[in-house]
Design a protein around this ligand. Structure first.
Ligand SMILES: [Zn+2]
Length: 427
């Protein structure tokens, strides 16, 4: 719904940018946050009571697959952004592995126009690094930058040629864009369908070893250091990669990183008896990797939580494990899974909001991620205590591929406000 004035009353405002963590009222006028104060009295405003709830800058997911153009049976910009709103995200950045690939201004503009007419939340397109995601010639980076991409990535595929990657980092830097790397060496990964370890051996499945991620992470850190450019590592899954990124940051190399909720929640045991909803790339690892990722999120090594929301059709998942598609949906389960880290005492509420809103906004340079007077009124209201059960048939996403079906969750986004308008409200 669209209102001119919106008053959010009595919530716990958590805003890492200003360091605020306390009970406040927030007044929104014409899509902009106008006042934040202990108590605001005003007439003719729609009032949203937020007592007992968190009021945070709208969550930003810098890694989603909206599947449009080309794979509308999996997801569309409309359904994907509805899923985002239901999950508490006011902004998403969408990956380029559509059909056609987003490797030129035409596709970027199509996505932006479709988002404008059908999108429930803000959509920021990510352009491809290479033409057709082939890893060879650079995509039309200059024209895509002009058309409004916020980063570059061949996500789904690793840029295997180091010289291409070097050129991409250097060129992207000229436009102030980060390169987002899907770090998986395809030669080391071979036909790996899950983590290489005890479980893959027991199940007789081909494993993808940790080093397939670690070696590319090390290589790209070297390239970032050499070029002075910015490399962002997508969905970090190994303890080794966390350690490499920590060391790179200590040396002052311009690298950032994200981790996905499934990678800090589940181990490869979740594959169980060949459950294809536990098949993703990079794969679920082991408990020491989970611990390293959570430690990395806590100490600043990992900058963001991003879902890697990857919807697929039933036919792509209800097949034998080896031939199933990689990936799971993530937008509607990210908040409770991430809140678990706060309940376990691993992250403070301020740090959680930093990694789910402020930091991804900074990396993408999208001017979001804070609740302060004058800021765009993208706001998420979270009930940290709300208990609910994951029922995939209720997802706003077209995707049903989740390993969390039937899980009892605690915590949920109960209102999502985009540009001052309520895009989602949980009743
Ligand atoms: Zn990826």
């Amino acid at each position: 719904m669209s209102v001119k004035r919106l008053l959010i009353k009595g919530g716990r405002v958590i805003d890492p940018a200003s360091g605020v963590d306390g009970i406040r009222d927030v007044l929104v006028e014409k899509g902009i946050i106008s006042i934040i104060d202990i108590s605001i009295q005003t007439e003719d405003a729609k009032v949203l009571s937020a007592e007992g709830k968190w009021v945070v800058p709208g969550l930003v997911d810098m890694h989603v697959h909206l599947r449009e153009p080309g794979y509308e049976y999996k997801e569309t910009i409309e359904t994907g952004t509805k899923s985002a709103a239901a999950g508490g995200f006011t902004s998403v950045a969408c990956m380029a592995n559509t059909n056609p690939v987003n490797d030129c201004a035409q596709v970027t503009e199509f996505i932006r126009n479709m988002a404008k007419s059908k999108g429930a939340v803000n959509v920021f397109p990510i352009g491809a690094i290479t033409k057709g995601l082939k890893g060879e010639a650079l995509a039309d980076i200059a024209e895509m930058a002009e058309a409004g991409v916020v980063a570059l990535s061949d996500d789904g595929k690793c840029v295997m040629n180091a010289a291409v990657m070097r050129a991409a980092i250097e060129y992207a830097g000229m436009f102030g864009l980060a390169i987002i790397e899907h770090a998986e060496d395809i030669d080391l990964k071979q036909n790996g369908v899950m983590n290489e370890g005890v479980v893959s051996t027991r199940l007789g499945l081909v494993g993808a070893p940790r080093i397939s991620e670690d070696t590319i992470t090390a290589r790209d850190i070297s390239l970032a250091e050499y070029t002075g450019g910015h490399v962002h590592f997508a969905h970090v899954s190994t303890a080794g990669a966390v350690e490499l990124i920590r060391f790179a940051k200590q040396k002052g190399v311009k690298v950032t990183a994200e981790a996905a909720p499934h990678h800090f929640t589940l181990t490869d045991e979740a594959v169980g008896e060949y459950d294809t909803n536990a098949k993703m790339a990079p794969p679920l690892r082991e408990s020491r990797d989970i611990n390293a990722i959570i430690q990395g999120l806590a100490d600043g090594t990992i900058d963001c939580i991003a879902t890697d929301h990857a919807p697929h059709g039933i036919a792509e998942k209800e097949v034998e494990f080896d031939s199933a598609a990689f990936g799971i949906v993530g937008l509607e389960t990210a908040v409770p899974l991430s809140l678990g880290l706060v309940r376990d005492g691993r992250l403070t509420p301020l740090r959680l909001v930093e990694v789910m809103s402020f930091n991804p906004s900074k990396i993408l340079k999208i001017n979001r991620g804070t609740i302060q007077p004058g800021a765009v009124a993208d706001i998420t209201i979270i009930d940290p205590d709300k208990e609910w059960v994951v029922e995939p048939s209720q997802f706003k996403s077209k995707g049903r591929n989740t390993p969390f079906a039937g899980w009892k969750m605690k915590g949920k986004a109960v209102a999502t406000i985009v540009n001052g308008n309520v895009a989602y409200e949980d009743n």
